[in-house]
Write a protein that binds this ligand. Structure first.
Ligand code: HEM
Length: 405
């Protein structure tokens, strides 16, 4: 760091206090040192909404790749993880800009709000199937019985995967998610195994669609392959990306969203009384309980961020959950208000890497709450405390969410 006018303080995010509830600590960090340093991660942390927005738009900051993270492993371990690195290298967003844009152009029309709106009736059917099964049992773990299977089934169907393979798909996705957490070597090996198994599986479907095309995303990719626009390896790697990106996060939104409603019974009652508030409620769930709590960037050249000069190669953690509760932008930021307006959260990122699946996730959550709440008007928590697991430094997810119907 050079010529810095602003003091950069260091913080430890690996404390029980942060694991239990990061928000009070993040509010304090934002007030004391909005650009701060995390010595254990050798990274900088941004907590102000304005700095996060600027960083997301700054093309000198690229999505961090695995290389730097892997530098902490031995050479032999790094070699063992080569297949994983090669696969991730082909994921859109992790490629060079021209390849990234090529993929966005291929895919974006399948994910526009208008296209996704056309999927509503099917999303509704898939939701109803899951709710029927829960009604028969008389109870539900919202995480396992609704939040995970709904988006998993939707994206699997969009890609063209047979119904009977969906559970396997969820198991692979869980392993792959570890890549984005501070995984140890053994965990990354498991992730790698799942990526390779999933790739083999998708490769089989690609072969199948070459001779028997259908109305699904894999067939679209196969058509693009015929025109020389993508290679088989790119198709396979990006289907894996879509499969797990397409449901892990949305599952978090649905589960966290319902937990937030339970914590705020007045807001739950307002939503039950007026289902047309659902889109605004989903935005507030994204702001307060958005599943992507951090985005990681790496500077490709020296940059000034939040008034602080950082060198090339600096790792920068954007604390989305802190930016989305910045009092400079959100009045009474810790209040969960399902009619908040405007609601300029960054839960889906911004700029060149803005979430491809934002419209899909919004629609899935919208359909899910519109079906769930009227179907079970007495829906209530069947837990004393939330079964939440922290994934340091700032991540958290609900392992289960038991409800009485
Ligand atoms: C609530 C649900 C979701 C959240 C909170 C979320 C969040 C995000 C965020 C924050 C990014 C930007 C990452 C960055 O800037 O480095 C992103 C990118 C992405 N998301 Fe999502 N996502 C969600 C659902 C989905 C769904 C349903 C899909 C696919 C079907 C999807 C596919 C992607 C892809 C492919 C990218 C990379 C885009 C690119 O690099 O051009 N996401 N997502």
């Amino acid at each position: 760091m050079t010529d810095t006018a602003v003091a950069v303080q260091s913080y430890d995010l690996f404390t029980p206090e942060v694991a239990a509830d990061p928000m009070p600590v993040l509010h304090r960090i934002r007030a004391e040192s909005p650009v701060s340093h995390l010595p254990q991660l050798d990274a900088y942390l941004l907590t102000r909404h304005a700095d996060i927005v600027a960083a997301l738009k700054d093309r000198r900051l690229s999505p961090a790749n695995m290389a730097q993270r892997l530098a902490t492993f031995t050479r032999a371990e790094q070699d063992e993880l080569l297949p994983l690195r090669e696969s991730m290298h082909l994921w859109m967003g992790h490629t060079v800009e021209a390849d990234h844009v090529r993929f966005q152009q291929l895919l974006k029309r399948y994910f526009t709000p208008a296209t996704v709106n056309g999927l509503r009736p099917r999303i509704r059917e898939l939701t109803t199937e899951l709710l029927d099964a829960a009604a028969e049992r008389g109870r539900m773990d919202v995480v396992a019985d609704l939040a995970y299977p709904l988006p998993a089934n939707v994206i699997a169907e969009m890609l063209g995967m047979p119904t009977e393979h969906r559970e396997q798909l969820q198991a692979w996705s869980r392993d792959i998610l570890a890549i984005f957490q501070l995984a140890d070597f053994e965990q990354l090996l498991r992730s790698q195994r799942s990526v390779l198994e999933m790739e083999d599986y998708v490769r089989g479907l690609v072969r199948d669609r070459r001779t028997d095309p259908r109305d699904d995303l894999i067939s679209m990719f196969v058509g693009a392959e015929r025109e020389g626009l993508v290679t088989e390896d790119e198709i396979v790697a990006n289907c894996v990306l879509l499969l797990f990106a397409g449901h892990e996060t949305t599952a978090g939104l649905i589960a966290n969203g319902l937990a937030l409603l339970f914590e705020h019974p007045d807001e739950l009652a307002r939503l039950q009384a007026d289902p047309d508030l659902t889109p605004a409620a989903v935005e507030e769930m994204l702001r307060c309980g958005g599943p992507a709590s951090l985005i990681v960037r790496e500077s490709t050249e020296p940059v000034r961020v939040g008034g602080v000069d950082l060198p090339a190669g600096a790792r920068i953690y954007l604390a989305m959950m802190a930016g989305n509760r910045d009092p400079e932008v959100f009045a009474d930021p810790d209040r969960f208000d399902i009619t908040r307006r405007p609601n300029r959260h960054t839960a889906f990122g911004l700029g060149a890497f803005y979430c491809l699946g934002a419209a899909l996730a919004r629609t899935e959550a919208d359909e899910c709450f519109r079906a769930l709440l009227p179907r079970f008007p007495d829906l209530r928590p069947a837990y004393d405390r939330l079964d939440r697991v922290a994934t340091p430094p700032l991540g958290h997810r609900l392992r289960s969410l038991d409800v009485e119907l």
